[in-house]
Each structure stands twice: as structure tokens, then as C-alpha cells.
Design a protein around this ligand. Structure first.
Ligand code: SF4
Ligand code: MG
Length: 313
């Protein structure tokens, strides 16, 4: 286990006094060495918040994020700095996430300079050029600025910055959803490649199940701040057990699904401010029964994976 999340809770205040957004409600997860764990679910289900809590970008209200045995929220100063260099993030929007006033060379050098005070200028430049090569950006572009690159190239620069300190874990927050479909697979292949070479783990946040099927070893399905189902990618795609997972997969257009009568996801997503009682999915679930309205299902082991649903056997 590289990173263990324990009972993470994160809420945000709203303009109304007694109302809070329940973004993440008591989630525990393990991320293993060199694996890609995908977090999937519709927007607003708490995926990004959980990803940011995992690496210390935002503090949870309660819970622990344990990196190689140590809770990052107990650490301060240099200890924290040393942990954080192992926990990096790639953002969704390659246009907004790079400082427009810095050259590519400066952007990639920034984390290296912050964490390796001993390196001289030419050593830093050498590292930056290696990283550029690693992600497929031509060395001649060292002095160029972000606006001179396409979206796909910018995401490559974001990846170079994220891997500059050889992190153990990278949170990839929708890293290809802002890109053209033709560019997406290039960036996904690059991420796979980098993982093979550098042995990093990815917490891969996405709402796109075909992307997830391509890249993830395991999948964690979230709904309204809770985990519905977590298991191996192949198992989940072959035989989803949780009703929500089934509906999500049914909604993906594919050759297998063509002509099949789809169980459409009905109803609005309930608000994360007014969470439904019992099973949070009950207002949309075609299998909802009495107990679902009153009792919240626990996440329990079923056929080699974990599922939170009263009816799954
Ligand atoms: Fe549906 Fe009940 Fe299972 Fe929730 S617990 S997913 S409402 S069947
Ligand atoms: Mg998000």
C-alpha cells in the first residue's frame, strides 16, 4: 500500500447557515504500489475533493491520509515537504494550470528548484530537458510559453512538471477530458508509459468509463460522497454488481450495448446538501425497497470486491 485513506470526511459551508455540502462522507481506500485506481462517478460526487484530500491539497474535516505508514496531516515543515514531493497532481485544464508568464523550462524547473537546493543551473536545465524528452516535448521549445502549445502539448508539460520529483503517487484529475478525442489516447498512452518506466501509482479521476476501462487496474465508483463499489476493472466492466455501477455502464454507448434496451438513469442527482436517507442512491434506484430508504448499506465484500447495497448477494 502506498497511500491509505482512512475515514475521510469533507464538507463545505453554504450561504445557508445549517446547510453544508457533503462532498466526501467517510471514505476509506487503499492505493497500491504501481497501480492505477480510477475514481468514477457523475460530476459533484466528490471525486476531485477526495483526490485533493488524499495528497494534502485541501485538509479533510476528519480522517487520515497515510503515505507509506505516516499520516500526512500529522506532518509539518520539512517532513511534510518530503512527503509532498511524492504526491503530485495533474489537472484537467491544461490551459488554466500552467502559469502563462513562465516558459516551459521555468515551469518544469520550479519543483526541482524548490526541492533540490544543491543543484546548479546547468544541472537543473539538464533535468528539465530530460523530462521534456520523457513526455515528448521537443527540446527546442525550452524557451516557449504555454500559449504557444496545443492542449495536448500543454498536458504533456503538466505531466513533466508532475513527474519532475519522481513521485510515488500522482492524482490525475480528469487529465484528458478537456482534450480532443484524437489527442486523448496519446496522452493516456504517455501516462501508461511513464507508469511502466517510473513505477508510480495513479489515482485517476474520470467520468469517462471508456478512458477508465483503458487505463485503470481497479475502479472505485462513487455516488454522492460515498463509495458504491470497488474492484478490479475487468470484474466491474464484465459484471457490475451495484445498481448504480450497472446504470453507469449501461449508459456508455458501445457495440455490445447497441440495440439493447437501456435502463436509463432516471431522476436528477440528489443534492449533496440534502442527502437522501438510507442508501443515498435510493431515489434513482430501480430496485429500491423499504430498507433502502431507512438503512444506509455498508460497504462489504462480495465476490472479491466491495459493494454497498442491501440487495447484492
Ligand atoms: Fe438500490 Fe437499495 Fe441497493 Fe441502494 S441499497 S443501490 S437503493 S437496492
Ligand atoms: Mg471534478
Amino acid at each position: 500500500v502506498v497511500l491509505r485513506l482512512k475515514n475521510i470526511v469533507k464538507e463545505f459551508p453554504t450561504s445557508k447557515k445549517n446547510k453544508r455540502v457533503h462532498a466526501v462522507s467517510d471514505i476509506s481506500l487503499d492505493i497500491y504500489e504501481n497501480e492505477t485506481l480510477a475514481l468514477v462517478g457523475e460530476s459533484g460526487c466528490g471525486k476531485s475533493t477526495l483526490g485533493k484530500c488524499a495528497i494534502g491539497l485541501i485538509p479533510p474535516d476528519s480522517g487520515e491520509s497515510i503515505f507509506l505508514g505516516e499520516n500526512i496531516y500529522d506532518k509539518r515543515g520539512n517532513d511534510l515537504k518530503n512527503i509532498k514531493k511524492n504526491l503530485q497532481i495533474i489537472f484537467q485544464d491544461p490551459y488554466a494550470s500552467l502559469n502563462p508568464r513562465m516558459s516551459v523550462g521555468e515551469i518544469i524547473a520550479e519543483p526541482i528548484i524548490t526541492h533540490n537546493k544543491g543543484l546548479n543551473k546547468s544541472q537543473i536545465k539538464e533535468r528539465v530537458l530530460e523530462l521534456m524528452e520523457d513526455v515528448g516535448i521537443r527540446k527546442e521549445y525550452y524557451h516557449r510559453y504555454p500559449h504557444q502549445f496545443s492542449g495536448g502539448q500543454r498536458q504533456r508539460i503538466g505531466i513533466a512538471r508532475a513527474i519532475a520529483l519522481d513521485p510515488k503517487l500522482i492524482v490525475c484529475d480528469e487529465p484528458v477530458s478537456a482534450l480532443d478525442v484524437s489527442i486523448q489516447s496519446q496522452v493516456l498512452n504517455l501516462l501508461k508509459d511513464i507508469q511502466e518506466r517510473r513505477k508510480a501509482s495513479y489515482l485517476f479521476i474520470s467520468h469517462d468509463l471508456s478512458v477508465v476501462n483503458f487505463i485503470a487496474d481497479r475502479v472505485c465508483v462513487m455516488f454522492l460522497g460515498k463509495v458504491c463499489e470497488i474492484g478490479n476493472t475487468d470484474d466491474i466492466f464484465e459484471k457490475p454488481l451495484h445498481p448504480y455501477t450497472r446504470l453507469l455502464l449501461d449508459a456508455v454507448p458501445s457495440i455490445e450495448n447497441a440495440g439493447k434496451k437501456r435502463e436509463i438513469l432516471k431522476g436528477e442527482i440528489p443534492s449533496p446538501i440534502d442527502i437522501p436517507t438510507g442508501c443515498r442512491f435510493h431515489t434513482r434506484c430501480p430496485y429500491c425497497s423499504e430498507i433502502c430508504i431507512t438503512k444506509e448499506p455498508e460497504l462489504r465484500e462480495v465476490c472479491g470486491r466491495y459493494v454497498a447495497c442491501h440487495i447484492v448477494k
